[in-house]
Unconditional design. Structure first.
Length: 90
């Protein structure tokens, strides 16, 4: 007869946290920690298929400091990109 005993063990796992935000153009640290809530300067391209039961996507994205975001916007506008202005109050 084999006697089995259950016990709880702690498992160590490695996770990745983004603790420093660097501009993907000038590599300077983005100091504003409200980056994701108020001042979001990000270019994001997502391709794939999404269905209610699941899907598959690939996303490419880059983050920019405020100065470089201005440069990126000016550059894109110079090749014909028209930015849509969306204002929100809540
Ligand atoms: Zn920058």
């Amino acid at each position: 007869m084999i006697k089995e005993t259950k016990r709880k063990v702690m498992k160590e796992v490695e996770i990745t946290e983004r603790t420093e935000y660097l501009c993907d153009l000038c590599k300077e640290e983005i100091m504003d920690r409200s980056f994701f809530s108020r001042d979001s300067f990000r270019v994001k391209l997502t391709r794939g298929e999404v269905f209610p039961e699941g899907g598959s996507t690939v996303t490419e994205q880059a983050y920019f400091c405020e100065k470089c975001a201005g440069t990126i916007k000016t550059t894109l506008e110079s090749i014909g990109v028209v930015f849509e202005m969306i204002e929100k109050d809540y």
